[in-house]
Write a protein that binds this ligand. Structure first.
Ligand code: ADP
Length: 256
């Protein structure tokens, strides 16, 4: 009986080991698939503006368009496509930096209110263009974190709240603390997010309205970057939204 029990334990251990090897192989395969999908999407997203730019340049080169107004329009389209490509490359670089675990992330004591004000000031021109006003309310909090990551997180959320707002809309940003957690909320009076898209907006390259996103210089990567940063700090994201009424993103991050 004793030998039988021992054999049983050994057999179970071998089975567990085989299962964990299979699981890790599946995980590696899955990660490989995600990476391949990312590169294929990113290449496609870059190819589209390059093709348009080439088209506009050829039209301008042909000399068929002598109308100055039309030429000006082509130049501004080239400028817009180039700026979209720059946004995309910057976001891809950001994701690659976040995913490279070898890079050491420097953590310091970050004063949240000045950082938030700095981000809002840099987004003021976009808010003015979109006729949106930003309201700020910030409780003084110091968080042990990487300032650049926090800047990226806050900036992506506020940029979206401006871009997907309505003319004369509002963006309300608040920072408070609750039980050793920093609570950041970004609320807008914009177009809102349909129920079935609430989970998907955090996926890479997913957009509810691709046309609107592109027009506003979106890449489809902003919220996936936000999710990545929140996960890095073991935080959480809550999204409340109603179509045509607005959205509210609530981010909770442990302060230490
Ligand atoms: P994008 O660069 O397209 O803005 P994001 O990853 O930041 O990409 O967001 C994904 C999509 O989620 C957007 O294209 C948009 O459709 C939707 N979205 C994000 N934030 C908001 C918001 N505040 N209000 C309405 N829709 C939003």
């Amino acid at each position: 009986q004793y030998q039988y029990d021992e054999m049983n334990v050994i057999a179970q251990t071998v089975l567990q080991m085989a299962n964990s090897v299979k699981e890790s192989r599946n995980r590696i395969e899955f990660e490989k698939m995600i990476r391949q999908e990312f590169f294929s999407n990113a290449s496609h997203e870059l190819k589209t503006p390059i093709t348009s730019i080439q088209g506009y340049i050829e039209l301008l080169e042909n000399g068929l368009f002598t109308d100055e107004k039309m030429k000006k329009d082509f130049y501004s389209r080239i400028k817009k496509e180039t700026s979209n490509m720059t946004n995309l490359i910057n976001d891809i670089l950001m994701i690659s930096r976040l995913e490279t675990k070898e890079i050491e992330v420097t953590l310091t004591d970050v004063r949240i209110c000045p950082l938030l004000k700095e981000v809002c000031t840099s987004l003021e021109p976009l808010a003015k263009d979109c006729k949106v006003t930003i309201e700020l309310s910030c409780k003084p909090i110091v968080m042990h974190a990487n300032a650049q990551q926090l800047r990226e997180l806050i900036s992506n959320l506020i940029t979206n709240a401006i871009k997907y707002n309505k003319p004369n809309g509002k963006v309300k940003v608040t920072v408070t603390s609750e039980a050793k957690e920093l609570v950041l909320t970004v609320e807008d009076t914009g177009v809102g997010i349909p129920e079935d898209a609430k989970q998907r907006v955090f996926e890479r390259f997913y957009r509810v309205d691709k046309g609107r996103s592109k027009k506003m210089g979106g890449t489809g990567l902003g919220l996936s970057i936000v999710k990545h940063i929140v996960n890095y700090y073991n935080g959480s994201i809550e999204l409340l939204s109603k179509v045509n009424e607005g959205s509210k993103f609530i981010i909770r991050l442990p302060i230490q």
